[in-house]
Design a protein around this ligand. Structure first.
Ligand code: HEM
Length: 370
């Protein structure tokens, strides 16, 4: 019997055995699978990850397929930003050159339940997507408080656990929340601010704050830390007793005001001085910091979040044009990861079950005005 012929390697090279080749391929496949498993959090169940945060939102609020896992109740808005050119002193981002940039946005109230009453939280939010002429985007999610309740993503997660509804009442156990706040003194400035500032009577007369610090680089290459806010032209008025009793009034109030004409806010850029914290959203900067009015945000019309433009926008605060960059605030990366997963789950639900978004939920906005 003749032996099967084995190809002769070129002189100097040693043949690689078949088992060795299989072992190398097997190791590569295992490493790849391990990488996926690690990223998905299967190997490190104690590690804080976006899935753990989003699962906890879902556990607290119950399933609401197709809706955002936080700030679930909201409505879409459309308008534009008129830059006056003053922001160019801080950032070379094209959005700060004089001129108009179209904007899509979303007003919302925090929480994972899209039919929660407007009064369920003292906080309202405004998220914006600026579509720059050069194709870049600036996305931001702002709250109606100038500071945030927690410093780190781990504290955010612990707060979610503490806010888990008590099966007996369907509401968070106040004792558990108090214990969380007591154990995390960084929460005190936020709690004091909320106590001292009654929620606004309207989405139109609230200021909204980006809260996290960002890095602005000007045309000369100088970088400064900046926080931004939008400050309404509409005078502030506190929530009335009648609104408190009515529970749902924000969407109808906004539509009524928009029927009279567009609503305006000034985009204010606040510049840090050396030593101001850029990595801690629980700390405000002193009041005397330089403030630049960069132009006017004009909102003209609303659409429902079930089929408006904002439905398919992930307001990830790390999507930024050249000239603006994230700071060292640890909340930013956690927000980016959590918003992406929330977006992935809700858009998947919508694709699999298009009917989830055909009927606006009770108490949610369903009007359309231009
Ligand atoms: C670790 C900290 C945070 C986590 C894990 C978190 C989580 C989330 C999630 C999962 C969503 C839903 C996103 C979507 O599906 O589009 C959301 C929405 C939102 N969050 Fe946060 N958040 C955090 C901190 C903040 C901070 C500091 C602010 C304020 C500056 C903020 C403002 C908003 C706003 C405005 C929305 C609504 C966006 C929209 O209307 O689509 N969040 N958040």
């Amino acid at each position: 019997m003749t032996q099967p012929s084995v190809p002769t390697p070129p002189s100097g090279e040693r043949p690689i055995c078949v088992r060795c080749r299989l072992a190398v391929i097997g190791a590569a496949v295992l490493a790849l699978a391990g990488g996926f498993a690690y990223t998905a959090g299967w190997l490190t169940p104690a590690r804080l990850s976006a899935p753990r945060i989003i699962d906890t939102f879902e556990a607290n609020a119950g399933p609401h397929p197709g809706y955002r896992r936080n700030h679930a109740k909201g409505l879409c808005v459309e308008g534009y930003f008129d830059s006056n050119g003053n922001g160019a002193a801080l950032s070379h981002a094209a959005v700060f050159a004089p001129g108009r940039t179209p904007v899509s946005g979303r007003f919302a109230v925090p929480g994972g339940n899209p039919s929660a009453p407007d009064t369920s939280s003292p906080v309202r939010s405004l998220a914006l997507q600026f579509r720059l002429q050069n194709g870049e985007q600036w996305r931001t999610g702002m709250n109606s408080t100038p500071l945030f309740v927690v410093h780190t993503p781990a504290q955010f997660y612990q707060q979610l656990l503490a806010a888990k509804p008590d099966p007996a009442t369907g509401k968070p156990d106040p004792a558990k929340l108090q214990a969380f706040y007591a154990a995390n003194p960084e929460t005190q400035p936020f709690l004091r601010w909320v106590k001292a500032h009654a929620p606004s009577s309207s989405l139109a007369n609230a200021a909204y704050y980006g809260i996290n610090a960002f890095l602005y680089t000007d045309a000369h290459g100088t970088t400064r830390a900046v926080r931004w806010s939008v400050v309404p032209d509409t005078p502030y008025a506190p929530l009335s007793a009648a609104q408190q009793a009515a529970k749902n009034f924000l969407a109808a109030d906004l539509d009524e005001r928009l029927q009279q004409g567009p609503l305006r806010w000034h985009l204010i850029l606040t510049v840090a001085q050396a030593g101001d914290p850029t990595d801690d959203a629980t700390l405000q900067w002193p009041d005397d910091r330089q403030r630049i009015d960069a132009g006017t945000l004009v909102l003209e019309r609303t659409t429902s979040q079930e089929d408006g433009t904002c439905r398919d926008i992930n307001f990830d605060p790390t999507i930024l044009p050249a000239g603006i960059a994230p700071s060292d605030d640890p909340l930013l990366a956690a927000r980016s990861a959590a918003y992406a997963l929330s977006f992935k789950r809700r858009t998947r639900e919508e694709a699999l079950h298009p009917e989830v978004h055909q009927t606006p939920v009770a108490g949610a906005h369903n009007g359309e005005h231009s």
